[in-house]
Design a protein around this ligand. Structure first.
Ligand code: PRP
Length: 205
């Protein structure tokens, strides 16, 4: 058998197997972006980041919690020296839609003044979170401030934001996995999937 990377082998076997009762895959309508596609795109993004920030003081800023899986893979796809920091935000109001009001639950540990800051997001929906963070970080005078997001839902945008790199553009469906959650679950799935509506709207099955 041809040698495969451990991550790819696990994913292929999992997808080939019937979904066993009690596993998260039961709640998935379909796989929108496979683990292999994600890993390929992350490698491309890593190369582009290497080129743009060579010789610069690069700081990756992950917005918790959704971006944990993405930044863990992205930082390993980046071969130039860099640091990481974390910020936790929360929007008030309904859990599956953004209210436009952003709270900082945990601020960065380090100042970003004079540094090249790259914000790492899992998904941009209304754009409210990034619009707020862009204002917040710009006021701290970084040498540069850019955004890389794994996913973008452009049809949901309420405010304009500049995004340097987007992994994938996705339709307006309930996507979970690879860091993205519903009720804090499903973040551990290695792919981006579409959640069955009966999971988040009981009674629709
Ligand atoms: C999600 C996502 C972004 C934000 C995008 O975070 O990680 O930060 O929403 O939405 P917006 O463009 O409409 O502002 P969420 O508040 O769900 O928290 P989580 O990352 O901890 O899951």
């Amino acid at each position: 058998m041809a040698e495969r990377s451990p991550g790819v082998a696990v994913v292929n076997e999992e997808r080939a197997d019937a979904c066993v009762q009690g596993q998260l895959c039961q709640d998935i309508e379909r796989v929108l972006i496979s683990a292999e596609e994600i890993q390929g795109r992350v490698r491309e993004l890593g190369s582009q980041i290497n080129e743009r920030y060579a010789g610069k003081d690069l700081l990756l800023i992950a917005v918790l919690k959704g971006s944990i899986v993405f930044i863990a893979d992205l930082m390993r796809a980046i071969s130039i020296p860099h640091e990481v920091d974390f910020l936790a935000t929360s929007s008030y109001g309904a859990s599956s839609t953004s209210s436009g009001v952003v709270r900082i639950l945990k601020d960065l540990n380090e100042p970003i003044e004079g540094r090249h800051a790259l914000v790492v997001e899992d998904i941009i929906d209304s754009g409210q979170t990034l619009a707020y963070l862009t204002r917040l970080f710009s006021a701290r005078n970084p040498a540069s401030l850019e955004v890389v997001t794994l996913l973008d839902k452009p049809t949901r945008r309420e405010v304009d934001i500049d995004v340097l790199w987007t992994g994938f553009s996705v339709p307006n469906e309930f996507v979970i996995g690879y860091g993205l959650d519903f009720n804090q679950k499903y973040r551990n799935l290695p792919y981006i999937g579409v959640l069955k509506p009966e999971v988040y709207e009981p009674g629709t099955e």
